[in-house]
Design a protein around this ligand. Structure first.
Ligand code: ADP
Ligand code: ADP
Ligand code: ZN
Length: 216
């Protein structure tokens, strides 16, 4: 299964991707996670992308495309992958098509988690992430058993710096560059839409059904 997840920032892509990865045993490839890991590790890539993430602006296409191309060449993608947060521009979508042709692969489907914009501010500002394992929580909608502590590994929860202040609204504006991808994939017969305003379990049930059909 070779999948792409589309959706506004805060739609629930990462939350659902973690479940899909577990259930279907395919690697979850998040460009946002890869960039944040590079910033933490203070690599050259981290230095290149930091100012973009801090402001909530998209990282330039050539940088992002190179990172994903390299990642898709890794052997763990042989039986499938789940791209989360990539592609985010038409240029990235076309580069992905070319890369998959070179690798003799194609997309099985594009999961589009649809939510009205009105729910996003509360989702983003309440989001908390485990420093240790990357699990996602929400102070109201998906609270951990102990405040500030990860249910899965006991790690400390933190708030992403771009989930506060100016960067939140900038990121929602940047989505204008991603919105055309809905039509791009619909035209190719790949789009599978899920209502992302339901509970996390209900959204996953919808995704599960779609993926069952894709697997045949
Ligand atoms: P994305 O990866 O699309 O930016 P996340 O999966 O990180 O979104 O979800 C954003 C925030 O909203 C997280 O704090 C998550 O716990 C919460 N969340 C995710 N899905 C739902 C849902 N269906 N209902 C309520 N809150 C949700
Ligand atoms: P969210 O989960 O809220 O959708 P991400 O973690 O996917 O956010 O992305 C965080 C930041 O990383 C973005 O604001 C952007 O700066 C950068 N980024 C992630 N994916 C891409 C991409 N495909 N193209 C350009 N920039 C990206
Ligand atoms: Zn954890």
């Amino acid at each position: 299964m070779q999948l792409v997840m589309l959706g506004l920032p805060g739609a629930g892509k990462g939350t659902q991707a973690a479940r899909i990865q577990q259930e279907f045993a395919i690697p979850h490839i998040s460009t946002g996670d890869m960039f944040r890991a590079a910033i933490s590790a203070e690599t050259e890539l981290g230095a290149t992308v930091k100012s973009f993430l801090d402001r909530g602006i998209l990282v330039p296409d050539e940088v992002t495309i190179a990172v994903v191309k390299e990642r898709l060449n890794a052997s763990d993608t042989a039986n499938g992958f789940l791209l989360d947060g990539f592609p985010r521009t038409l240029q990235q979508a076309m580069a992905l098509d070319e890369t998959l042709i070179d690798l003799n692969k194609g997309l099985s489907g594009v999961l589009y988690i649809h939510v009205p914009e009105g729910v996003l501010l509360a989702r983003l500002t309440g989001r908390r992430i485990c420093k240790q394992c990357g699990a996602t929580f929400h102070v109201v909608f998906q609270p951990p058993q102990r405040e500030g502590v990860c249910d899965r590994c006991g790690g400390v929860l933190y708030q992403r710096s771009d989930d506060t202040g100016e960067a939140v609204s900038t990121r929602l504006e940047q989505y204008a560059q991603t919105a055309p991808l809905v039509e791009y994939y619909r035209d190719r017969g790949l789009l599978r839409q899920v209502d992302g305003e339901q509970s996390i379990d209900q959204v996953f049930a919808g995704i599960h059904e779609i993926l069952g059909h894709l697997q045949g």
